[in-house]
Design a protein around this ligand. Structure first.
Ligand SMILES: Cc1cc2nc3c(=O)[nH]c(=O)nc-3n(C[C@H](O)[C@H](O)[C@H](O)COP(=O)(O)OP(=O)(O)OC[C@H]3O[C@@H](n4cnc5c(N)ncnc54)[C@H](O)[C@@H]3O)c2cc1C
Length: 416
């Protein structure tokens, strides 16, 4: 089959952001033969742009986070993508949704206080969950939990303080008008990627590493594994001999759940200007974040996470839409109901090759990222967002981890 070699110097497992980063670096060096094995019939993994209504929608990653430090920003610019630099209106969400300015200021103050408490707690010897830092009673507990599900994919009781504070955020966030997924499609152009090639077993007991795939066996001198932690932890992909440290690290870094529902909006919402954010409720952890007319498009992007998202995934798109339409009509009145229609939705936890959205560390498991990232016998290398020490759970963190793994693998190939 086209693009499929059964013997290579370096095999890369997965063609998401990390796998594309690794493969580009290997191919650019030109000194080794490379094959990327991808289970899906497309590249990009958790970065995926679709166009069901005449404008691009990012099912997964949308924002170039830390855009001023993000290596993908200049690459997108050089490839001719149009970068939208207007900062997201995340901090005016409450007042836009009907809360008073006083309530919004109180909310922002409590968030800042939590930020301080988290950094202080992270310096203590033992790790703890983010939830342990909440005051016993508080007006904003539910909303803090809901925002944790948007940022971490999980509620505060599940997230490690030590890991959480290691994430680096420059506060600059940009978007690509064409869609983040389209950038990765471009970056994958010309790379030796075998699609529909699921890797089920990696036998690294012999001199050559053998990868069993749905398209036959591949042997390689080195491999770079970039699959999500969920795939390693559930042993959808098995190592032989087993790698118990990797299995344990992957289990300590589960993928949280975040999903999107895209709603077509005819006209505009009363009094709402384009490209602003709303929140459905400040008193329930089961609520959605709404991006209204993003980039002036006739749509509302709804974002929701955690146990709530997992439950809605099981119920399906109709339930997602009914929930979102309910929150929006409570804010803007029943008249807007006829302006809304479902366009598309995601179910990342039910996606067999993702099984979730992005990784967080369970309390006590902040060091698992380094364990997962470590190479085995200088022959097996690991990349992917969960291995990033400071940009985990992002597309650029994944991409950078791919570059690092590629350099490390190349250095060992050069040695012998
Ligand atoms: C809803 C949502 C919103 C997000 N928003 C943002 C955002 O705004 N900004 C941001 O930076 N990040 C965001 N992210 C996170 C970002 O998408 C991910 O962190 C990043 O894309 C992960 O890249 P990766 O290469 O590590 O993993 P993946 O993209 O999962 O790539 C791994 C690849 O391995 C393949 N694979 C799996 N199992 C096998 C197997 N057995 N054999 C062969 N191939 C296999 C998969 O199909 C996949 O293509 C978001 C994610 C989601 C889901």
């Amino acid at each position: 089959m086209a693009g499929f070699r059964s013997e290579v110097d370096i095999a890369v497992v997965g063609a998401g952001a990390a796998g594309i980063g690794a493969a580009r670096r290997l191919v650019d060096k030109g000194s080794v033969s490379v094959l990327v094995l991808e289970a899906r019939d497309r590249v990009g993994g958790r970065v995926h742009t679709i166009e069901p209504a005449g404008f691009p929608l990012d099912r997964g990653a949308e924002w170039l986070h830390s855009a001023d430090r993000n290596p993908l920003s200049p690459m997108a610019r050089d490839l001719g993508f149009s970068i939208h630099r207007r900062p997201p209106e995340w901090t005016t969400r409450l007042r836009r949704s009907g809360a008073t300015i006083e309530a919004e200021a109180d909310w922002i103050a409590i968030r800042e206080a939590q930020g301080w408490a988290r950094r202080k707690a992270a310096a203590e010897p033992s790790d703890r969950p983010l939830a342990s830092l909440l005051p016993p009673i508080g007006r904003w507990h539910e909303l803090l939990d809901a925002t944790s599900t948007w940022g971490n994919g999980a509620e505060l009781d599940r997230v490690s303080v030590k890991d959480y504070v290691r994430y680096e955020d420059s506060g600059v966030n940009w978007r690509l008008r064409e869609g983040y997924g389209r950038l990765f499609e471009r970056l994958a152009d010309g790379l030796p990627i075998a699609r529909d090639a699921t890797v089920s077993r990696i036998d690294h007991g012999g001199r050559a590493i053998r990868l069993e795939t749905t398209r036959g066996t591949v042997t390689a001198r080195r491999i770079i594994v970039t699959v999500p932690t969920s795939i390693i932890a559930a042993e959808v992909l098995r190592f032989d001999p087993p790698l118990p440290d990797k299995l344990a690290a992957a289990a300590g870094l589960p993928l949280g759940v975040d999903d999107k529902l895209f709603i077509a909006l005819s006209g505009s919402l009363p009094g709402v200007e384009p490209d602003i954010y709303l929140v459905g409720s400040t008193t329930s952890r089961e609520t959605m974040s709404y991006q209204v007319r993003p980039l002036d498009r006739p749509a509302i992007y709804c974002f929701f996470g955690g146990r709530f998202a997992a439950a809605l995934e099981r119920e399906g798109e109709e339930a997602m839409f009914s929930f979102a339409a309910g929150e929006l009509t409570r804010m803007f009145g029943n008249n807007i109901r006829g302006q809304l229609a479902p366009l598309a939705s995601t179910a990342w936890q039910r996606d067999p090759w993702a099984r979730g959205s992005y990784s967080y560390a369970l309390p006590g498991h902040a060091e698992d990222r380094a364990t997962l990232a470590a190479s085995v016998d200088n022959r097996l290398f690991f990349a992917g967002e969960a291995t990033s020490p400071n940009f985990f759970s992002t597309a650029h963190g994944a991409y950078l981890s791919g570059l690092t793994a590629a350099e490390a693998a190349l250095a060992t190939v050069a040695q012998n």
